[in-house]
Design a protein. Structure first.
Lengths: 139, 63
């Protein structure tokens, strides 16, 4: 059986799911940028344009979520385990440390105002680190 | 869980990629199963048994 140069149906489907996830994620990033920078530089915070932009951002966001679910559904069991472990750890770290960071500001131990972007970065870094760890663990 | 996947694969001169393609999983999954780092699910174990035309117990041994 020397046919590893051709891909199986599952591998083809996984490639397709991955490209679709990339496309939807890219589209969501573009609409997020449109909301942020369009308001400031294009339509000077006019409410009607902002509402359209944020609605588009949310719709594309749902598309990205569906693409993510489809990607996970198509993954094999080891890939699913690595992904779910990473998501679980990222969620817990985000909630625990995110709340603690917010509380540090509330109890006036720090003067820096926590931003939502700080939480997003924390979750993203935790998720990526756990994915890398998971892949190394099973290699 | 110990298994004989590597031996059975070698007997048929298959690469890990060949076996992965036959079982519709990634090569990394086959590698992890062969090294005992990951236990396959029951459907995957049955699939492997059908592929090698053997009983599951002949391929996978509970430690």
């Amino acid at each position: 059986m020397k046919e590893s140069s051709t891909r199986s149906n599952w591998q083809n489907q996984m490639c397709k799911n991955t490209y679709q996830l990339m496309a939807w994620t890219g589209a969501w990033l573009c609409t997020t940028a449109l909301v942020t920078f369009g308001s400031k530089y294009l339509w000077d915070y006019q409410a009607s344009y902002s509402i359209v932009a944020i609605s588009l951002n949310i719709i594309v966001g749902f598309g990205m979520i569906r693409a993510n679910i489809r990607h996970l559904d198509g993954a094999d069991e080891l890939m699913k385990k690595v992904q779910f472990d990473a998501m679980g750890i990222a969620l817990v770290v985000g909630v625990v440390f995110g709340l603690s960071y917010e509380q540090l500001h509330q109890i006036q131990l720090i003067s820096i105002q926590p931003e939502i972007s700080d939480l997003v970065m924390l979750i993203a870094i935790t998720y990526m680190s756990t994915i890398i760890y998971g892949h190394r663990k099973y290699s | 869980m110990k298994n004989r996947l590597k031996v059975l694969r070698a007997e048929r001169d298959w690469t890990q990629a060949d076996l992965a393609k036959a079982l519709d999983v990634s090569r990394q999954t086959i590698n992890a199963i062969e090294k005992g780092k990951f236990d396959p699910s029951l459907p995957l174990a049955f699939k492997a048994a059908r592929l090698f035309n053997m009983a599951i117990e002949e391929i996978f041994k509970d430690q």
